[in-house]
Design a protein around this ligand. Structure first.
Ligand SMILES: Cc1cc2nc3c(=O)[nH]c(=O)nc-3n(C[C@H](O)[C@H](O)[C@H](O)COP(=O)(O)O)c2cc1C
Length: 178
């Protein structure tokens, strides 16, 4: 079994990115298990935590250390990634040389009502994460331009989004295994 963790970059109750994550969970191959790693309770990192991380951050770091790959499913805020995602990455990058990012297999996906989905936010994540040692899946991209018809109340999505989500999660599972 391939164990994939995912974080949702939106804390909104009706988040379309949480809906996209749900579709990815449903479309995952039988030999992959996707489990949420919750970031909603993480305090904002400061460098004094390096000596003694609060338990909630230690738990978060342990959860990430245990998965075979991590997916970030996130909106973009003002053409960039939300602060919650950056904070989670900052936590994982510390203390120097003892973080969880080196060698971590990572994928990025997102949905927004904007024309370009979350391409701008994703491209910024693509810039700063590889130098931190993550192994980032290059393609396929999953940047969903979400309309009122994209996600259904029962947790499913329209056929095109469903197909793209399945292709994405299949590719990511293969990437994690490679
Ligand atoms: C502070 C803020 C900034 C936003 N900036 C962008 C943006 O740059 N591009 C975009 O496509 N949508 C932007 N949006 C709209 C979000 O994509 C939209 O609210 C979306 O539903 C957020 O995802 P969520 O439902 O998972 O929270 C922004 C929303 C907020 C609250």
């Amino acid at each position: 079994m391939v164990n994939i963790g995912y974080i949702v970059g939106s804390f909104a109750q009706d988040s379309i990115n949480r809906k996209l994550a749900g579709v990815l969970v449903d479309q995952a191959p039988a030999h992959a298990e996707l489990t949420e790693i919750d970031i909603t309770a993480l305090p904002i990192y400061d460098r004094h935590m390096d000596k003694d991380f609060p338990q909630v951050l230690r738990d978060f770091k342990d959860e990430v250390a245990q998965v075979d790959g991590l997916l970030i499913v996130s909106p973009e805020h003002n053409q960039s990634f939300p602060a919650a995602v950056k904070n989670a990455v900052d936590v994982l990058s510390r203390p120097p040389k003892q973080g969880q990012l080196a060698g971590l297999k990572l994928g990025i996906a997102g949905a927004s009502p904007g024309r370009f989905g979350t391409i701008n936010g994703q491209s910024q994540i693509r810039q700063f994460l590889p130098p931190l040692g993550v192994e980032l899946m290059g393609r396929p991209l999953l940047a969903v331009h979400a309309t009122a018809e994209t996600f259904n109340d029962d947790g499913t999505a329209d056929p095109q989004t469903t197909r793209r989500a399945r292709a994405y999660v299949e590719a990511f599972t293969e990437f994690v295994q490679s």
